[in-house]
Ligand binder design. Structure first.
Ligand SMILES: [Zn+2]
Length: 381
């Protein structure tokens, strides 16, 4: 495709977003354009070309299979209107810290917490594109414990379990931070750390770690391995906690995000999904246009197989402190809005005014101009 342009291929601003996606049909057409930029291509047989049917679906000209724009994407069979989905995507992509299920439920009038919870988890599940580029250049790698509740933070809740997480960050020397990768680790052994590094970092890169023995042998995997010893740092009088400043910066941002946006209420089983979200947004923090991130998110969503509600729950129970899906599945109203008929011009308001002011007597200067009699304002005590 030609180069993406703000204002043509993705909205430049929240105002443009609202103007583009006023109705569900606007969203459907955008998805169609995203999925089949060169026109309909049959997902069953790959044939390019077909007909649009009266119900909005497509029929393949070769195999005659019928399909819809949303079939085979995470929007498949959704009962949540696309305007609601798009707004959720917009908030997810453009808010600096994303959005919590609770705020999403409130701001989009979604009927139930589980529905909002599942929408955000469906979005999280599309973020890691198979075959994405690995980190390159100089990469700092370390592991840290993330998650669990801060004791006393939310009224005496039992502290959750902290999870060992591997973090790899492209680091400029002496300063500057590039992209990052994070993954939950089984433990700190070489058997856990080596696959993490191999999956996150391009061979040939320089990998900087501390002297932990779990990192021994990285040179054998094709990396230039630089080890920084805490003992040596202490001997030099340096802060051993600052051996790997880029990783520690990213780790503290991620922890702060979990405590802030999600108020620490991220359970162990779902932590990998939240880490994916953090990494997705962190690696796209630079582009001037947040609308581009919205485009990328929708592109991933339209290219991802459907995610069943049960799959979100199967290995991963939502937090016990929250309403638990699935119970009542609320179906949010469409954001496809009709005109609000200018509520500020209702007659009730006029009745409350002490004077018979008729609000359609604008422009104001007719009422207030000093050189004209204020016909409408004369009081007769
Ligand atoms: Zn076909």
């Amino acid at each position: 495709m030609e180069q993406l342009r703000a204002g043509t291929h993705y909205p430049r601003s929240a105002g443009e977003f609202q103007a583009w996606f006023r109705a569900d049909e606007d969203c459907l057409d955008y998805l169609e354009w995203l999925r089949w930029p060169g026109g309909f291509t049959c997902p069953s047989c790959g044939h390019a070309g077909g007909w649009r049917l009266g119900d909005g679906r497509f029929e393949c000209a070769a195999c005659h299979r019928r399909t819809s724009v949303t079939a085979g994407t995470i929007f498949d069979r959704t009962r949540t209107p696309l305007t609601v989905w798009f707004t959720a995507c917009w908030l997810f992509a453009t808010q600096k810290d994303g959005i919590s299920a609770q705020s999403l439920q409130r701001s989009l009038e979604i009927g139930s917490y589980p529905t909002a919870w599942a929408m955000l988890h469906r979005l999280r599940s599309v973020l890691v594109r198979p075959g994405r580029d690995r980190l390159s250049g100089t990469v700092q790698v370390d592991e840290t414990f993330i998650g669990g509740d801060e004791p006393g933070l939310r009224g005496g809740r039992a502290p959750g379990k902290k999870v060992l997480t591997g973090i790899a960050v492209e680091a400029g020397e002496p300063k500057g931070i590039g992209r990052c990768r994070m993954a939950v680790l089984a433990d700190g052994s070489a058997e856990s750390l080596h696959p993490f590094v191999a999956g996150a970092v391009e061979p040939g890169a320089t990998v900087i770690t501390d002297a932990w023995m779990g990192y021994h042998g990285l040179a054998g995997l094709g990396y230039v391995h630089e080890r920084r010893s805490q003992r040596a740092a202490r001997a030099r009088g340096d802060d051993p906690g600052e051996l790997l400043p880029a990783v520690h910066r990213v780790a503290s941002l991620a922890k702060r995000w979990l405590l802030g946006t999600h108020q620490g209420s991220v359970d162990q089983a779902h932590l990998p999904a939240y880490l994916d979200e953090f990494v997705f947004r962190f690696n796209r923090r630079r582009p001037a246009s947040r609308g581009m991130v919205f485009y990328r998110l929708l592109e991933l969503a339209a290219g991802h197989d459907p995610v069943r509600f049960q799959d979100l729950l199967a290995s991963k129970k939502p937090h016990a402190q929250r309403p638990q899906p699935p119970q009542v599945r609320g179906h949010p109203p469409s954001l496809d809005r009709s005109r609000a008929n200018w509520p500020w011009r209702t007659s009730e308001l006029q009745l409350q005014l002490p004077i018979p002011l008729r609000l359609n007597e604008y422009p104001r200067r007719a009422l207030f101009a000093a050189d004209q009699p204020r016909a409408g304002f004369s009081h007769h005590p």
